[in-house]
Ligand binder design. Structure first.
Ligand code: SOE
Length: 379
């Protein structure tokens, strides 16, 4: 059993609070080589009863209803920020001031200005930090990275990504408050750009390098919604849909699209990369498979392969079941914690750091600026 405790103070208890808590609870069972052992020490929620219910379900030892108290507690080593985007900056700054390790849910912040303050705070305090862009650590996506880094695709010409959902189509859906803060500009900072395209951008710059320039369009289909916190009908400020073109530094061209108005799609995140020698496709709905086409294959059998990324020599898979048995969405969070703990043990930074997530934030901001000005924006 791993012997060095890392006491976690969790801020928030929504969908991501569960995903992260599950990762902390599982990681030492499946990565027994780790010496650090996350301990679910304390949970913050504004409402004490809900905090206790969540804490009891997941095994948190204590609860706090004042996040500042949690961040100041001397028995807490790491703060995990799972609360809405408008809280990330303030909590991260306080956590850094208190010398805590920080794990922050994506996107880093609502905008670049907040993100820059956060990067400065963690760098000045010298505290280890990461942002939960979990899709990088789905084994098929990590395998895509390996194949690209090995040069199998050769020169890359095209990158195409979409992230489609349909949960905000009804005009009756309110904005703001618990569960619906993603529709509230003040709480979220943006709509699909920061929430969904941020994932696509993070994966893309990890796989294909930096983005040079963007040209975007956005739309807000439902212009007014009741605000849950005020009870008034208020203007909707977020982007419901966004599509943009991009030029990568390596000369490749890209298209990105995201919407919450694609009827029938709940979380269709896909990407395709076309290189000189080979192409890759990936689809979140079939996340354990990687599509691969190799032009070097014998022409008699050349065609798209569907690689079932479940073999022992595939990324992360030797930590799970026997070959052929697949894993799912939640495992990407376990992998992120495992890599992060290994980095802490070796005193090495683990990607994506706050500074790397700030690059994604800059691209999101450039996309929104381009949509506003109807001009190409250089990064
Ligand atoms: C939005 O519905 C959401 O939950 C995002 O906030 C997550 O980051 C994404 O992974 C799934 O969709």
């Amino acid at each position: 059993m791993s012997s060095n405790p890392l006491n976690i103070g969790m801020i928030g208890y929504g969908f991501m609070g569960k995903a992260h808590s599950n990762a902390y609870a599982r990681v030492n069972h499946f990565f027994p080589e780790l010496k650090l052992r996350p301990v679910l020490k304390a949970l913050w929620a504004r409402n004490e009863e809900r905090a206790r219910t969540f804490a009891d379900t997941w095994g948190y030892e204590s609860v706090e209803t004042d996040w500042r108290r949690l961040v100041e507690r001397s028995d807490i080593d790491a703060i995990d920020i799972c609360s809405p985007n408008n809280t990330h900056r303030e909590i991260a700054l306080e956590a850094a001031r208190n010398g805590k390790v920080i794990l922050c849910e994506k996107p880093l912040a609502r905008n670049v200005a907040e993100g820059e303050e956060m990067v400065k705070a963690v760098e000045e305090a010298g505290v280890p930090n990461t942002v939960w862009y979990n899709y990088r650590r789905i084994p098929a996506v990590t395998l895509a990275k390996q194949l690209i880094d090995e040069g199998r695709l050769g020169r890359i010409f095209h990158y195409r990504a979409v992230f489609l959902q349909d949960w905000t189509i009804s005009p009756e859906l309110p904005q703001g408050g618990e569960g619906l803060w993603r529709l509230d500009l003040d709480a979220a900072g943006s709509g699909v750009t920061g929430d969904l395209l941020a994932h696509c951008i993070d994966t893309a710059i990890w796989l294909n390098g930096g983005i040079q320039s963007v040209s975007a369009m956005t739309e807000t289909f439902v212009k007014e919604r009741i605000h849950n916190l005020t009870g008034d009908v208020e203007k909707v400020g977020i982007d419901d849909a966004c599509a943009f073109r991009a030029r990568f530094e390596n000369g490749s061209l890209a298209t990105f699209e995201s919407t919450r108005y694609a009827r029938g799609h709940k979380a269709l995140y896909t990407f395709e990369i076309n290189g000189e020698h080979a192409s890759i496709t990936w689809d979140l709905h079939d996340l354990h498979r990687l599509g691969y086409f190799d032009h070097g294959d014998d022409s008699a059998v050349r065609g798209w392969r569907s690689i079932h990324v479940t073999d022992g020599d595939h990324p992360y898979m030797d930590h799970w079941w026997v070959p052929g048995l697949q894993i799912g969405y939640e495992h990407s969070f376990v992998h992120q914690v495992a890599d992060f703990l290994a980095g802490l043990e070796e005193d090495e930074t683990v990607s994506p750091t706050f500074a790397e997530a700030l690059e994604t934030q800059k691209i999101c901001e450039a996309v929104l600026e381009s949509a506003r000005t109807r001009q190409w924006v250089q990064l």
